[in-house]
Ligand binder design. Structure first.
Ligand code: NDP
Ligand code: 8X3
Length: 251
């Protein structure tokens, strides 16, 4: 099978929109996440668009589950062209002294170790092809820290560092590495961060127009479909109302 993309965290937000965008352009998709019902629903939607989908249910924090799922891909799904490392989350927004240690552990295990596991599992499929593209969804929080962002910012700074390191080390294998660093985008991100408190989550996006999942999906598709000799190494994208990690213009 040709044109295969693996997207982690495809049950919601950026990952789901990226899946829909690639499906609309006739890519075959391996979609992953923990919520099987959502993956099954998305598979149906993708197949109705006339392309193929393979759901893999695993928690990216679980090293054995990641390798087990990816090592045992059906033969026709092994020629992965693009990996989008998107699964991730923030938990809490508290000062360093009050932040919850377990929240930090989950963020680092998911955003950093999960990305490590999935990438290490996929690379053996890309390297023999002497081509491939790894797209890491970082964050503006991986470029500049902000108040009470501690653990999340640290995890996304690690994604930034891993992206730069991968790009250097994978050069001989002709594998492109792109890091996309979005600013605030209205997805389920803040509902997860504020542990189901919808009012607090909603307040994050009040007074300005944030980014939406489709914005990131379109940018991801653009980065992924440039000529073979062109690679966007990294880009920072914010809503027009956001200048950096710390400064928004709200009305
Ligand atoms: P959502 O909460 O809408 O989506 C997060 C996705 O990640 C879900 O599909 C979820 O799937 C998956 N995920 C989370 N934890 C795990 C896990 N342990 N194992 C497997 N999958 C997991 O948020 P976004 O779409 O906004 O976030 C996507 C990425 O973008 C994240 O890395 C986030 O840090 C980053 N980002 C978000 C920004 C924003 O403002 N929204 C801005 C900058 C970056 P499931 O729960 O089914 O496992
Ligand atoms: C998510 C965007 O600004 O809340 O990565 O960190 S922000």
């Amino acid at each position: 099978m040709e044109n295969i993309i693996l997207i982690t965290g495809a049950t919601s937000g950026f990952g789901k929109a990226i899946a829909q965008t690639f499906a609309a352009n006739k890519w075959n998709l391996i979609i992953t996440g923990r919520r099987k019902d959502r993956l099954d629903e998305l598979c149906k939607e993708i197949e109705e668009m006339g392309t193929k989908a393979l759901p893999l249910v695993f928690d990216v924090q679980d090293k054995n589950a990641v390798f087990n799922a990816i090592d045992h891909l059906p033969a026709e799904w092994k020629k992965i062209d693009i990996l989008v490392n998107n699964a991730g989350l923030a938990l809490g927004r508290d000062p360093f002294d009050k932040a919850n240690l377990e929240d930090w552990e989950i963020m680092l295990n998911t955003n950093v170790k999960g990305l490590m596991y999935v990438t290490k599992a996929v690379l053996p499929y890309m390297i023999p092809q002497k081509k491939g593209h790894i797209i890491n969804i970082g964050s503006i929080a991986g470029k500049e820290v902000y108040l009470n962002g501690n653990g999340y910012c640290a995890s996304k700074h690690a994604v930034d560092a891993f992206s730069k390191a991968m790009r250097m080390d994978l050069l001989p294998h002709k594998i492109k590495v792109t890091a996309i660093h979005p600013g605030a985008a209205e997805t389920e991100f803040s509902i997860v961060r504020f542990k189901g408190n919808e009012a607090t989550a909603k307040s994050v996006y009040e007074g300005y127009t944030p980014l939406y999942a489709n914005d990131i999906a379109n940018i991801t598709y653009y980065c992924a479909t440039l000529p073979e000799h062109v690679c966007i190494n990294e880009l920072i994208v914010t809503s027009t109302a956001q200048a950096n990690s710390n400064l928004f213009y709200k009305e």
